[in-house]
Design a protein around this ligand. Sequence first.
Ligand code: ADP
Ligand code: ZN
Length: 518
Amino acid sequence: MLNPHTVLKNTFGYSNFRPGQEKVIDLVLEGQNVLAVMPTGAGKSLCYQVPALVNPGVTLVISPLISLMKDQIDSLHQNGIEAAALNSATPQEEVNPILRQAYEGKIKLLYVTPERLAMDYFRYQLNFLDISLVAVDEAHCISQWGHDFRPAYRQIMAGIKALKSQPNILALTATATPAVQDDIANQLAIPKENRVITSFARPNLSFSVVNSPKDNNLYIYKYIHNHQDEAGIVYTNTRKKVEDLTNYLAKKGISVAAYHGGLPADERAQVQDAFQFDQVQVIVATNAFGMGIDKSNVRFVIHANSARNLESYYQEAGRAGRDGDPCEAVMLYKPGDLRTYRWFIENSDADEKYQKVQYTKLAKITQYANTSECLQQFIVRYFGQDCPPCGKCSNCLDKRELMDITQTAKKVIAVVYELDGRFGKNIVAQVAVGSKNQRMKELDAEQLDHYDSLKMPQNEAISLINYLVANGYLEQVGDQYPVVHVTNKGWDVLDGKQQVFRRQPQEVSQVRQENADN
Ligand code: ADP
Ligand code: ZN
């Protein structure tokens, strides 16, 4: 039997395994079912590619995207490894020859979509092959608790069980909360001790949140202008915004190209290549851009309109700095951004349960945007781990003075208490600032003790509520239309046992703005 180290060196040209890789590979070669959770760029593919070459027979790789398969196969071919894909783009007359090559041992890795594995006839054909391992890529797609649920993933286990050669399973993902990890492990029969989870922290990445910038486009322009020789990606959430922002930046002389699913395939391929080979500095894109991109020197990723959930955010932001050098992830946030994402959820075909999960994830992004904790720590904790404060995110670097806002906070918490957890944050804010709208009349709000107790504009009151939620004084309960409750920590404020501090308010996070202005 070949030795994994030899394969790593001779075939891939690397001298050392990266954290987690060797452990995963050893377990896989022992014939165990394994779950590998490693951040984007950590080198997950190698965890099944090396065993594929060490093992006799074929490794079946289940992958959700045709473009991902194509990129993988191209790079395997470059390393002299025989691999092929079977998906909806494969012409019918090529299917049998590919299967024959696999049967003859000429193909070591066979990539298929979960949909194909669900087909009875394909399962029958697979039984002629000696399949030693099934790698399930993007394994979080199996879980309804994840952010990218894909129904065909649910049938993977049935497909694997139907295989005569009884291969073992390696599930891989970059983004799985503890609930999603459990779900994957249950569905794919992976024992607890066979989970290999490397650190989620990305020490070379500095995170920042810019809360409600005055002018998004101008902020982005200045940022890019001050990072002139650096490759970057700007994500926004609609094709129209991609076009608009690209035009705006191009007019200002930035080397920029647009990428979204509405562009013809050849144009997308061109843009991707131009970026890969440093012919264009910045890509403005929807979330269609990035899967399978293996550009190591991306120095910044800006989210122009918040993000739909922390999983996607971390994955997209994680495309920066794969080479390990310092890089930045900036999220511009406006409360209104969330409306677009709500709309996406409302209008998706997903069932009610899945929609609910997505609303909860959206609430988490609001927390991320409003927390005063270390941003890296916030993300890592979301994925069920811990790390010390990073010392370089916009919160860690925030030098603004802390103000004691206990008295103001008390007023808001008192309104939430008085409304008895029946309303969302907009109504809470309207009551607190004494709004005179129709809804207030209907609720007879003027009769409430704490009506009109807060002297500030309504949008500031909402921002304050977001801050109190993000820092655990209040909590939002429910999914699509969450209501606000007082937490134990909030009770302590009402009881005078706990003070609330907040940084001096300002239009934009000065730390990064100064960076951008330099
Ligand atoms: P992931 O799927 O985890 O996002 P990839 O498998 O695409 O990451 O790997 C990211 C990059 O790291 C690839 O260019 C890959 O060739 C490289 N890589 C993987 N393992 C090693 C290693 N042990 N040493 C050096 N480079 C590696
Ligand atoms: Zn930090």
